[in-house]
Write a protein of this length. Structure first.
Length: 242
């Protein structure tokens, strides 16, 4: 089931306002240009920021997400009619013949179960055309990013139109091997309503990711550091063979 952060009506309604800087998506726009992609599959599309960005550039885009709440926000945005939206996950995709499939942000790490991860890689493989690419990012476990996930470092006060003042923060609740769990808290000043959402991410080593890709038939064409977060994240370029 999707985390409440992506499903609860009050939380999805302010999701974009709490994360307004999506300059991280510029990297993926550049990837689409580099690979001359015309048909793109946005896995874990959420509220549609990246899918709509590509559609505005004239690309044929399909966005898929298991959270109906997030998709509802995406479908209501200007230009949403130019994107094909699918409620579901990457394990059951139509034969899209996509040039490029992406998992931006935390999407790859949010698939924590090994069987689900394997199923997602297989589903994406079938949705790509021969020669198509799967490109995604994952945090480098060596950076131990979760050590900064606490209230002191993440606390923010945001003024949101038609909502008012919102306090928000997140903090780690458990670290068990490669799994890191954390809780996001949002407080609406207008009525004092406090909502929480619990999430878990899997921090995979580079070798683990590459082995999973090769096992599903991909060729690992490249592994790069994220240009906007050097030393913190890895970006994998996996190609379905011709």
């Amino acid at each position: 089931m999707p985390d409440d952060l992506f499903e609860h009506p009050r939380l999805v309604a302010i999701y974009d306002a709490l994360d307004p800087d999506r300059s991280d998506l510029d990297v993926y726009v550049a990837v689409a240009d580099e690979l001359c992609a015309r048909r793109v599959l946005d896995i874990g599309c959420g509220t549609g920021a990246f899918a709509l960005l590509l559609a505005d550039r004239g690309l044929e885009v399909t966005g898929v997400d298991p959270a109906s709440g997030s998709l509802g926000i995406a479908r209501a945005k200007p230009g949403a009619e130019r994107v094909r939206w699918i409620h579901g996950d990457a394990t059951a995709l139509p034969p899209l013949q996509a040039d490029l499939a992406t998992m931006t942000g935390n999407v790859a790490q949010a698939i924590v179960d090994p069987l689900d991860w394997d199923g997602a890689l297989q589903g994406v493989y079938e949705a790509l055309r021969p020669g198509g690419y799967l490109v995604f990012e994952t945090r480098d476990p060596a950076d131990k990013a979760w050590q900064q996930w606490n209230r002191a470092a993440s606390y923010r006060v945001t003024e949101i139109d038609d909502v008012g003042v919102v306090e928000s923060w997140h903090e780690v609740t458990d670290v068990s091997g490669p799994l890191v769990s954390f809780r996001s808290t949002v407080i609406f000043a207008a009525d004092g309503d406090a909502l929480t959402s619990d999430s878990t991410l899997r921090f995979r080593e580079r070798d683990e990711v590459e082995e999973a890709l090769v096992a599903r038939g991909y060729v690992v064409a490249d592994v790069r550091g994220a240009p906007d977060r050097p030393g913190r994240e890895l970006v994998f370029f996996a190609r379905r063979p011709d």
